[in-house]
Design a protein around this ligand. Sequence first.
Ligand code: G4P
Length: 193
Amino acid sequence: MNCLEERIAKDGVVKEGNVLKVDSFLNHCMDVSLFKEMGAEWKKRFAGKNINKILTIEASGIGIASVVALEFNVPVVFAKKNKSINIDGDMYVTEVESFTHKNKNQVIVSKRFLNSDDHVLIIDDFLANGCALQGLISIVGQAGATVEGIGIAIEKGFQSGGQIIRNLGYQLESLAIVDSMDAATGTITFREQ
Ligand code: G4P
């Protein structure tokens, strides 16, 4: 087991509805030493890739991506979930549907912070159905930039996102892939990697 899998096994809580609660170390209270170890692991997995920018999405991706960016020594851009309807031409815009929250968000990135010279590593905390990730990939595409790889902390392997993204040909590196979980017993089964 890697550091993240160990931590999920110790502190993750399985909730009804296939929700894994990891707020005590990942997405509410943040264990930045763990994030540093995760960054080192992604650095190994993406060795040889020419990465000059990290892209993530608010809110929970930002903390992880910031610590990981220190490892790669590159800036982080985070896509904003837009609150206003007025969008000027200075933004890349895409729509992200949240399967979990049953809502849609317009997601924006300023054109000033992403362009065709960029080689991007996308980082996020969860991959479930892949809607957020597809939105981020669309934004990189609009900028004419290159997706060098995708680093996910926790992939829910029993939902469709991972397969969709791998089938598109991207190098997707999820540090923990949960193949099944049981709210009644608290059991979490990880995919062998
Ligand atoms: P998708 O982007 O892969 O399609 O996932 P989905 O719509 O199902 O997820 C919506 C939100 O719920 C995402 O956060 C995602 O990180 C989170 N999520 C999905 N499954 C789980 C889970 O098992 N446990 C936890 N804790 N979160 C989960 P978001 O809407 O972007 O919100 P934010 O928290 O980043 O602001």
